[in-house]
Ligand binder design. Sequence first.
Ligand code: ZN
Ligand code: ZN
Length: 173
Amino acid sequence: MTSKGMDGAMSKQCMCGSQRQYANCCGPYLAGEATAPTAEALMRSRYSAFYQGNIDYLIATHQLDSRPPNERTDLIKSVKNTRWVNLLIVSAHKGQAKDQSGTVEFVAAYRPALRLTSTAVTEPVAQLHERSRFIRAGHRWFYVGGDILMPYQPQRSQPCWCGSGKKFKHCHG
Ligand SMILES: [Zn+2]
Ligand SMILES: [Zn+2]
C-alpha cells in the first residue's frame, strides 16, 4: 500500500508534529508494517492518516463496534473538505503497552479546504479540541470515540495551538 507522491516522504519530518522522521514515526503504521504501541502513537498516526487522506487506515484503526454506518462516505467528505495544519498533544492518560484503555487530549488545527468558486481567500485556521478514547485488543490499539472540548486556550506567552510558532498572544490578532 503506497500512496502517490509519498516518495522521499519517509526521510521527511512526520506531519504529526513529533519532530521525528516519518520513517521513524507514523510511516510504518500507515504502511501496515507495524502497529502503534501506545494510544498516543495511534492518535498521531490517525492524524497523519487524516492529513494524507488514508481512509482505509482510519477505518481499520476504528473499533468495529464504534464505526458509524456511513463511515467511509463521511471520511471521504471530511478529507476532501479539510486541510490539516498542526497537531498538538495536550495530555495522554494511560494508553501504554500494558494498559487496556487510554485517553489522549489533543488540539488539531485545520483550514476548511477552499471552495472552487472562492478566489484566493485564506480561510482562518480553526481547531478541533478533543479527548479521544482508545482501547487495546491484543497488541493493537483502536480509536473508540471522542468528546469535543471547549476551545483550547494556551497561556498568552505560550506557543499558539495552530503551529504558527508565534506566541498565543501574538497570533490570530
Ligand atoms: Zn508521526
Ligand atoms: Zn495561532
